[in-house]
Design a protein around this ligand. Structure first.
Ligand code: NCD
Length: 311
């Protein structure tokens, strides 16, 4: 079965074989990105527009580099300075851009569901770069590639996702992906930040790091998303770090070869100890960034093949 999708809107639409196909192709791009000449022509002649309605450093840079390395014409829209500020709706902006014949539209938006809505209105392939608390598919794919390379497999692992699960599209996409690949997932955090409805994905909830981290293979930390909180979720950052911040003592409860992950940006000293985050023997945070470019190249390559076939 080959990858048969017009858009990449969420992990929920992907099968196990879709996920493996993206990761396998991404491996070839990891190798290419490590060479001094990093260039291919698979997106040559195609136009990629990045529309980020929310701040982003690594995701936007990663999509931009991915497109350029594959030979696309890449444009970054400065959404802060766009007509959205003059009252134009998301859909009108999308229709205006659509009239310029882009082939790939990469969209990040603060509202859950906004990217799906936009995908229904345009003729090009749409990639979701994060919509509200809903999904962030390329993040889950890059996390999966990082895990597969570090652990040699992507199934039957014990994986802890820790912290602000409630506000996190990263957690949601990872839960879906890691569940589809048949891993055991634990969600660890204060009950205010770990909603019980995630039990539907087959995860176990823990409110104690010392219990939850026992014998896990992977510890995935999440940023405390203060911009999505309206107060009252945690007593204080100091108290939060004490109970839920990952440090060497808490990590010692996991398997001796457990890896530490974080999607970035990090709040050092809030959800993770800075020294541990930089410890290259345990932390794969820099690898995650590296895998991000390769996974985005693979996703855009596969979508572009479908675009060309449909033309
Ligand atoms: C994440 C995001 O924007 O959802 N960051 C990212 O894409 N690397 C996570 C976060 O903001 O905490």
């Amino acid at each position: 079965m080959r990858f048969a999708h017009r858009h990449l809107l969420g992990i929920e639409h992907l099968s196990q074989s879709d996920i493996s196909e993206i990761l396998d192709l991404a491996e070839t791009y990891v190798a290419m990105n490590r060479q001094s000449t990093k260039h291919s022509d698979v997106l040559s002649g195609l136009t990629q527009i990045n529309m980020f309605f929310e701040n982003s450093t690594r995701t936007q840079a990663s999509f931009e580099l991915a497109g350029k390395r594959l030979g696309a014409d890449v444009m970054n829209m400065a959404m802060q300075a766009s007509s959205i500020k003059k009252g134009e709706t998301l859909i009108d902006t999308a229709m205006t851009l659509n009239a310029m014949h882009p082939d790939l539209l990469v969209v990040r938006h603060p509202h859950s569901g906004a990217v799906d809505l936009l995908a229904q209105k345009v003729n090009c392939a749409v990639l979701n770069a994060g919509d509200g608390r809903h999904e962030h598919p390329t993040q889950a794919l890059l996390d999966a590639l990082t895990i597969r390379r570090a652990k040699g497999r992507l199934h039957r692992l014990n994986i802890a996702i820790c912290g602000d699960v409630a506000h996190s599209r990263v957690a949601r996409s990872n839960l879906i992906l890691l569940g589809k690949m048949e891993n055991r997932i634990r969600l660890i955090g204060p009950p205010t930040l770990v909603p019980s409805q995630f039990a539907e994905f087959g995860a176990e909830n823990y409110d104690d790091m010392n219990e939850g981290l026992k014998d896990v293979d992977v510890v995935m930390m999440l940023r405390l998303q203060k911009e999505r909180m309206d107060g009252g979720f945690i007593p204080s950052e100091r108290e939060y770090y004490h109970r839920y911040g990952l440090d060497a003592a808490k990590l010692a409860l996991a398997k001796p070869d457990a890896i530490v992950m974080h999607p970035g940006p990090m709040n050092r000293g809030v959800e993770i100890d800075g020294t541990l985050a930089d410890d290259i023997n345990r932390s794969v945070i820099q690898e995650q960034v590296e895998m991000g470019v390769a996974v985005r190249m693979a996703a855009m390559d596969l979508l572009a093949r479908n675009l060309r076939e449909a033309a």
